[in-house]
Ligand binder design. Structure first.
Ligand code: KG4
Ligand code: ZN
Length: 352
């Protein structure tokens, strides 16, 4: 089964074609991040406009790349459309959560294509789709039950997955996400957006023990997080004494990662997980990747960095393993997580 996955929840315009959930036939994306770097963060209206400009060329190129055998013979546009009509079995699209103006672009284009080509449409919840690079880089595939740490700009969640279709949310952030903490502190230090990679780079030469920072909620028995106080702590420390930027960066990175890692490994132990998965944009962080792998008592999956950040491939892969279609006129963009989870994802529940 070949699925076209479309992702436009934030600043990436992405499309991919994936066969049977794990074979990548194409994976294309265009990012408006360089524009947001100049403004120091995302301006939703600008992100949505860029989505509109990029969506058709990105989808076209994804189909063109997947149709590799046919395209040599006939003229490109014609082949693209003919191949898509004949070969794509379903269209999957991120319906939420995310920036509403950006989401609308992907959802409405997906709906239009589904109508014109008469294909089923699969609604996809972004935070769950983020888990699926772990199936795109196999075999081997993770064994269930598995604990998943999803860390990005939009979410910081720990899921217990007992199988596909079964996501138990056992922990989440109560305020800022880990990605937001990286981004906000980076901005304070004077680094550009996105802050995570910038902090990682600067931290290389810094001393992670130089600035004393809290480890929020590290000792709490639940699996929730709280990162909003960390930025205040960095600002306060920087006001008391002047630190080198690289030391602030290294200490910030160490604080965020220690909390993520401690709680995730505790969840692995409590739920007797057979594997551990890392997902989301922050999963690109080298320290998080290597430390989790080193300390985890079970097989630990850390997908390639290029699949961790937003892309169409994880949307298509999620849709294959969690296949569920609804009438084309019943699909809408949903900005907030809980409406998206409740409306479009079955068998997701918050543990008591
Ligand atoms: O998954 P993603 O591309 O988009 C969202 O769904 O949010 O994640 C983007 C987030 C940003 O906050 C960015 O700073 C963070 O991922 N990030 C990193 C690294 N690369 C990206 N954080 C820490 N270290 C990195 N190397
Ligand atoms: Zn994301």
């Amino acid at each position: 089964m070949k699925i076209l996955g479309i992702e436009t929840s934030c600043d990436e315009t992405a499309a991919a074609i994936v066969e049977n959930g794990s074979k990548l036939l194409s994976n294309i994306s265009a990012s408006s991040a360089p524009i947001h770097t100049k403004t120091g963060g995302i301006i939703p209206e600008i992100a949505a406009r860029e989505q509109t400009k990029s969506i058709i060329p990105v989808i076209q190129k994804a189909i063109f790349d997947a149709a590799v055998d046919d395209r040599r013979t006939v003229e490109a546009d014609f082949v693209t459309i003919k191949w898509a009509r004949e070969n794509i079995d379903a269209i999957a699209v991120t319906v939420g959560q995310g920036l509403i103006g950006s989401l609308l672009v992907g959802v409405e284009v997906a709906k239009t294509l589904a109508w014109v080509w008469d294909k089923p449409i699969v609604p996809v919840v972004h935070t769950l789709a983020h888990v699926y690079p772990n199936w795109l880089s196999g075999p081997p595939f993770p064994e269930f039950p598995t604990v998943v740490l999803t860390v990005s700009g939009g979410h910081t969640n720990i899921f217990l997955m007992e199988g596909h279709h079964s996501f138990k949310l056992i922990g989440e952030t109560r305020d800022d996400t880990a990605g937001e903490a990286f981004d906000k502190i980076a901005r304070f230090i004077g680094l550009s957006y996105p802050g995570g990679p910038a902090i990682q780079k600067l931290a290389q030469g810094g001393d992670p023990k130089s600035v004393s920072l809290p480890r929020p909620m590290i000792a709490s028995k639940d699996f929730d997080f709280s990162f909003s106080g960390l930025k205040t702590a960095v600002v306060r420390q920087a006001g008391v004494k002047s630190y080198k930027k690289k030391d602030l960066a290294a200490s910030t990175q160490a604080a965020i990662i220690e909390v993520l890692e401690t709680k995730t490994l505790r969840a692995v132990e409590k739920y007797k997980a057979k594997s551990l998965l890392l997902a989301g944009g922050v999963a690109a962080n080298q320290m998080l990747r290597s430390q989790l792998k080193e300390k985890s008592p079970v097989p630990t999956y850390v997908p390639p960095v290029e699949l961790c950040t937003d892309n169409g491939a994880f949307v298509a892969s999620y849709a294959f393993y969690n296949y569920f279609t609804i009438p084309r006129n019943k699909i809408f963009a949903q900005a907030d997580t809980y409406t998206a989870l409740g409306k479009y994802a079955k068998n997701i529940y918050r543990s008591s």
